[in-house]
Design a protein around this ligand. Structure first.
Ligand code: CDP
Ligand code: MG
Length: 756
């Protein structure tokens, strides 16, 4: 009873403090908005679509005088970062108060799970504590991140805290970029990088400790690493593993490693007032923009964080925000407080990413528009307002269609709570959910589906096979992927020629593993070698591995499209990319030339880097660079070899159907083929994106007999006579045959084990 009583007291206290902060909030917000939003009646609800700012950006500023005074006082919310030295800041973090106990538990155990609120100091401090406790005297402390942005920004921060040059004692490695050196003792890296390192050194001898950070994100690579690191732990007594996690999943991680200790870092958070939309929001970009304008104009200082879905939506939101601010400034004689609009997503160039951490000038408010990257991987201080659209982008694999698609999905309740929590780090905050409470309670999943259960496993299968883990169905997965996905991925690898009939790696497969590329791109490269056009294909693969090189500013759309068209190669977007790169090279890789032609020099430079790294790998494999000269047909043929699963046949104007599953797909308006009004009978495409329609991105016209020649298991010359149904039946039979073979293999192996 007494325990119940104390919970009750706590709850009441919490409610009281919530009410207080809420009250304070609305007092400060001024009655006008309160009336419009009907807050006085139901304090829980806010209609996100209602805002003070009209579509035309008109606003009555007089009534908000109270607020502008407030802003002008200008006392910034948190001058913490400014006024304290880095060393002082470190001591203020929650993790610091438990430093000794934590180190003691680490000394006594080989594996531990560390749980703590985002921002408690796990990512930046753990590695340094381990260094201070002398784990780096005989080995490296590695820390994995599911996202490259986090790996880079955290490494930078820690190098500053340790007063060393980035890349010296503290460094980072992400795919195609290694900023570490012989002195590096703390290495941040993406989980993908560590996974690849296990290929070369399965015991990870170089590392003394691995911190698997953000494990709760359950990225594909993290999940695979779990199984692999479990083996390393068993085989190396001197090796330590620390798994960090948000509260979610901690027990599960502990169980996976045999009930290892869970260490909790005490939290330090403030209450967050959660307001739901009364009605479902029709356009979440618009809804978020309106809500942030409302906050900016009527609410006390404090930065805003918007959770958006992807790069396009973020750019649209930023653009719209900037436009409205401009309209506001021109439509009033009053001084409008500044709004610093800052996008953040993984493909954003690093220098722009760093901006979100910088302090805004006095009196200005930051508005960060982010993907779910800001949920846990990045912590920005000073956020008082969170706007949650309730959506996120997820790569989802559809095994029936055999393809990945990046789709917008409602986030899980756990993710929504995590998002809301970002508002309560510096003081009591507010989270505006642009969805109804009913949606939260009844439509959202309690927790996210691990990536391993929803993506194409091609590259993972390839990696595990090369680690001699032959029977993937027996691999120690924390949550095994659906068998259907494994078999389908194996089937695709078999089609690409990477696996033989009994599921073992072929010679081609072994070579493909060497490249940190998706299997189809690795295949394209190696076919380029065979057909004697490696130089061309190498450039194309590099260009496909970086963000788009075409720059299309919203206010100069026509000009930029005209510039883009000049590079078009009629039959192929891939060849268009090749042409762009070659032209850039011809102009001495100049930046000015790029700007003149609406090309993003950063992307091109990155492509050049990727190219040189892939070239290094080719050199170590002793594969010479060949060129096709002016024969671009063989380049198209090499492209064709990578994409059987993405072959499509013409059906109407700009309209195609996937050759294997009959799914409709369309030429994207940005495609060179579309632009030049050419309609080839057969095409292959790099990926499918689902927006208003299923669009094929990056398309190349191919000859049907190439499909037959290169992918005989899919296509025969009289393909067009084969009905969809028959084709499906054939595929199914092939797949069953393969599954049977695998089953046989398993049995043989099992018998062999018994004999041993
Ligand atoms: O990993 P966890 O979420 O527990 O915290 P962290 O990433 O180690 O962040 C601790 C603190 O370091 C944050 O509150 C930020 O103030 C600061 N930080 C920063 O200023 N810049 C970064 N790039 C990363 C962290
Ligand atoms: Mg962290």
């Amino acid at each position: 009873i007494s325990r119940k009583g104390s919970t009750l007291v706590r709850e009441i206290r919490e409610k009281q403090s919530m009410n207080k902060s809420r009250q304070r909030f609305w007092e400060l917000a001024g009655s006008k908005l309160g009336n419009i939003l009907g807050v006085e009646k139901t304090a829980e609800q806010v209609d996100a679509d209602t805002a003070v700012v009209g579509d035309d950006g008109e606003i009555d500023f007089k009534e908000d005088a109270k607020f502008s005074q407030h802003m002008k006082k200008g006392e910034a919310v948190s001058d913490f970062a400014k006024s304290k030295t880095l060393a002082e800041q470190r001591q203020y973090l929650p993790i610091f108060s438990v430093r000794e106990e934590l180190l003691q538990v680490i000394r006594e155990n080989q594996v531990i799970v560390v749980v703590g609120e985002t921002g408690s100091g796990k990512t930046t401090q753990l590695t340094q504590y381990l260094h201070e406790d002398e784990y780096t005297t005989n080995g490296v402390v590695g820390c994995t991140q599911p996202r490259r942005v986090a790996a880079m920004s955290v490494a930078k921060r820690v190098s500053e805290e340790m007063e060393t040059e980035l890349g010296d004692k503290v460094g980072y490695a992400i795919r195609f970029e290694d900023v570490t050196g012989p002195n590096t003792i703390i290495k941040y890296m993406t989980d993908g990088v560590l996974l690849r390192e296990t290929l070369k050194d399965s015991d990870l001898d170089k590392y003394r400790v691995i911190v698997m950070d953000e494990a709760h994100e359950r990225s594909l690579n993290t999940d695979v690493l779990f199984g692999i690191l479990k083996k390393v732990v068993a085989g190396r007594r001197d090796f330590k593993l620390i798994v960090t996690s948000a509260t979610l999943n901690a027990q599960k991680f502990s169980n996976f490693f045999g009930s290892v200790p869970i260490f909790h870092i005490p939290g330090r958070t403030f209450p967050v007032n959660i307001l739901y939309s009364k009605t479902p929001c029709e356009d979440y970009v618009e809804g978020a923009v309106k809500q942030s304008m409302t906050i900016h104009i009527t609410s006390p200082p404090g930065d805003i964080l918007i959770f958006m879905t992807g790069q396009d939506e973020i750019e649209a939101a930023c653009h719209s925000l900037a436009e409205r601010m401009e309209q506001l400034v021109t439509s009033t004689t009053r001084e409008v407080p500044k709004l610093l609009i800052l996008p953040i997503y993984s493909q954003l160039p690093a220098d722009l990413q760093a901006k979100i951490f910088q302090k805004a000038e006095d009196g200005a408010r930051k508005c960060i528009v982010a993907t779910n990257i800001a949920e846990t991987s990045l912590t920005v201080d000073g956020i008082y307002y969170v706007i949650d659209t309730g959506y996120g982008k997820m790569k989802v694999y559809n095994p029936n269609m055999g393809m990945d698609a990046l789709q917008v999905f409602p986030v899980s309740r756990a993710a929504a709570d995590q998002r809301a929590g970002r508002a309560g780090r510096t003081g009591p905050g507010t989270c505006y959910r642009l969805y109804t409470e009913n949606a939260y309670l009844n439509e959202m999943l309690p927790s996210p589906v691990p990536e391993i259960q929803r993506t194409n496993l091609g590259i993972v299968v390839l990696l595990l096979k090369s680690l001699k883990i032959d029977n993937l169905l027996d691999f120690d997965f924390m949550d095994p992927p659906p068998q259907e996905n494994i078999l389908n991925s194996m089937y695709q690898l078999w089609v690409l020629g990477a696996l033989n009939n009994v599921g073992g790696l072929t010679e081609l497969g072994w070579k493909m593993v060497e490249f940190p590329l998706d299997p189809p791109l690795a295949k394209m490269l190696l076919t380029g070698e065979q057909l004697g056009c490696l130089d061309e294909v190498l450039t194309i693969v590099s260009m496909l591995s970086v963000p788009s090189v075409f720059f299309r500013p919203k206010d100069r759309v026509e000009e930029s499209e005209a510039a883009r068209e000049k590079f078009f190669v009629q039959e192929s977007d891939h060849l268009t990319l090749l042409y762009v790169y070659r032209q850039w090279k011809e102009h001495q890789y100049q930046g000015d030339w790029c700007n003149d032609h609406f090309l993003l020099v950063k992307s091109l430079r990155k492509a050049r880097e990727v190219r040189s790294q892939l070239l290094d790998i080719l050199k170590t494999l002793k594969i010479p660079l060949t060129t096709s000269g002016h024969n671009f047909d063989i380049v198209r043929k090499a492209i064709c070899s990578a994409y059987f699963h993405n072959a499509a046949r013409l059906k109407g104007v700009g309209e195609y159907v996937n050759c294997r599953n009959g799914m409709p797909c369309h030429l994207h308006p940005s495609s060179a083929i579309y632009g030049l009004g050419y309609t080839p009978e057969h095409v292959v495409y790099h990926e499918l994106i689902l927006t208003s329609k299923e669009y094929m991105r990056c398309v190349t016209a191919v000859e049907p007999h190439w499909l037959a020649e290169l992918g005989p298991m899919f296509f025969s010359v009289k393909d067009s006579d084969t009905s969809m149904l028959e084709l499906k039946k054939m595929q199914k039979e092939e797949k069953t045959a393969m599954e049977e073979e695998m089953e046989n293999l398993r049995r043989v192996q099992a018998e062999a084990e018994i004999e041993n």
